[in-house]
Design a protein around this ligand. Structure first.
Ligand SMILES: [Zn+2]
Length: 115
């Protein structure tokens, strides 16, 4: 497992970057929401794209917060679904990963089927 201090640092840095990004998007959305803005249709489409970006940033922030909480309580690196190790390789590429690769892919597959 990667060094916890390094890991926490990386997660916190990422969270800060995402917070800044979410705030920028929020600012953009307010500007676009200005009723004086001429192209209404384009504006609405832009809003949706920005809202999507904002919610994915906020979603990642919540995953990072959960990962930091798992570091604190000592469950970090253990799959939240099957209890097996998440795996170093996966943690290096996705430090906020809560699940091992097979559970993560299994769930992605199931939700694709349900959708
Ligand atoms: Zn698992």
């Amino acid at each position: 497992m990667p060094d916890v201090t390094t890991l926490k640092r990386a997660l916190e840095d990422r969270r800060n970057a995402l917070s800044v990004k979410a705030e920028e998007i929020e600012g953009e959305l307010r500007t676009l929401g200005d009723p004086d803005f001429s192209e209404q249709a384009t504006e609405a489409e832009g809003d949706e794209v920005l809202e999507g970006l904002e919610s994915s940033a906020l979603l990642e922030i919540s995953k990072i917060n959960a990962a930091l909480a798992r570091i604190e309580n000592g469950t970090y690196g253990t799959c939240t679904t099957c209890g097996e190790p998440v795996g170093d390789e996966r943690l290096v590429s996705v430090p906020h990963a809560a699940q091992c690769i097979s559970c993560a892919f299994g769930i992605a597959f199931l939700s694709a089927v349900e959708a």
